[in-house]
Design a protein around this ligand. Structure first.
Ligand code: BTN
Length: 331
């Protein structure tokens, strides 16, 4: 509760006096000091305290705002968003989406949080999710014809993310099969699909997306692979040296992801394949595919109409499906 009072007052980055905060919280100035420290510890945000001026978050922080996100939705996406659940902190937005499947019926339900305490990545990895700096979202959709009709969906979501970033005038990104978003060979975002229901009939799919926007160095120390974020990308390549802001990015992502989900079952991955191939970071490169310790080397030759990687090996072309496979360049 104190957090939801303090954060909006400090979010602008301007100093806010201890007295203003004390009045807002209805506590003494000493109690404010304790609450501010607690907030800093819980969120990992730097909160500066200067005698005679008060407290501030240097540089400010843009909190997620449902009204701003909805206002940024395009005409074809707005009616597809049925509810938007913004949490301050959650273990994982995908886990929350799975828990809420019965209570909040898909399609078009979106769960997001400022912070994830147990963000899930592929292959059992954690997804580093510091407070209010990146985006973590899970979009729930319902499909009628089971898993078979959803082949390639996670690859198509990668294309949607690339299109959203392009719409925000950010530098072009690439995709790494099956569903990493890369810039300059480093990981910018990841996609994790989870499914509930009938594999052969009506099922619910949770499309989880993590996008590094402005990863604080303290959190980055926990990441065990080469990574980048939009702030770094924009600083190097973007004329304004800035990313467009988390709420605008959020809307741009929904503008692409919601219409994709609404049309995927009919259109299939075939409608996305060419765009995916144009973004393929490993096209025609030597790669090694790791399937739970079993390694297959070959040349990556794009994907087929189902999203299966086409790997040219010494014994011929092999079709590889996602799941627990991971791809890396051959050294
Ligand atoms: C990957 O390993 O590349 C996939 C990462 C997916 C992370 C996102 S963040 C939002 C959603 N909630 C989770 O716990 N994971 C996904």
């Amino acid at each position: 509760m104190p957090r939801s009072v303090l954060l909006p007052l400090l979010a602008s980055g301007d100093f806010c006096s201890g007295q203003v905060l004390a009045d807002a919280l209805g506590v003494s100035r000493t109690a404010v000091w304790k609450q501010v420290n607690k907030l800093a510890v819980e969120t990992g945000l730097e909160i500066e305290s200067v005698k005679g001026k008060g407290y501030r978050i240097p540089g400010g922080v843009e909190l997620l705002d449902a009204a701003r996100i909805r206002a940024g939705l395009a005409q074809q996406a707005a009616p597809l968003l049925s509810s938007l659940n913004i949490l301050e902190s959650v273990d994982s937005t995908n886990a929350e989406a799975m828990r809420q499947l019965e209570a909040v019926r898909p399609p078009g339900v979106v769960h997001t949080a400022e912070q994830q305490t147990a963000g899930r990545g592929r292959r059992g990895r954690q997804w580093v999710s510091p407070f209010a700096r990146n985006l973590y979202l899970s979009v729930v959709w319902e499909f009628g014809q089971g898993a078979g009709s959803l082949e390639g969906l996670s690859l198509a979501v990668g294309v949607a993310v690339a299109r959203a970033l392009r719409a925000c005038d950010l530098p072009p990104v690439q995709l790494k099969w099956p569903n990493d978003v890369l810039h300059g060979g480093k990981k910018l975002g990841g996609i994790l699909l989870e499914m509930a229901g009938d594999v052969a009939g009506p099922c619910q799919v949770v499309v989880g997306l993590g996008l590094n926007v402005a990863m604080p160095p303290s959190a980055a120390r926990e990441i065990d692979q080469a990574w980048t974020d939009l702030a770094t990308m924009a600083g190097h390549d973007h004329s304004q040296g800035q990313h467009p802001g988390r709420n605008a990015l959020f809307s741009a992502l929904l503008n692409e992801i919601l219409p994709l989900l609404a049309t995927f079952e009919n259109a299939g991955f075939g409608a996305w394949r060419e765009q995916w191939q144009d973004l393929d970071a490993y096209a025609d490169k030597p790669v090694v595919l790791d399937a739970s310790g079993h390694r297959v080397a070959g040349i990556a030759r794009g994907v087929d109409h189902r999203g299966a990687l086409q790997l040219e090996t010494t014994t011929g072309m092999q079709s590889m499906f996602g799941g627990e496979l991971s791809l890396r360049p051959a050294s």
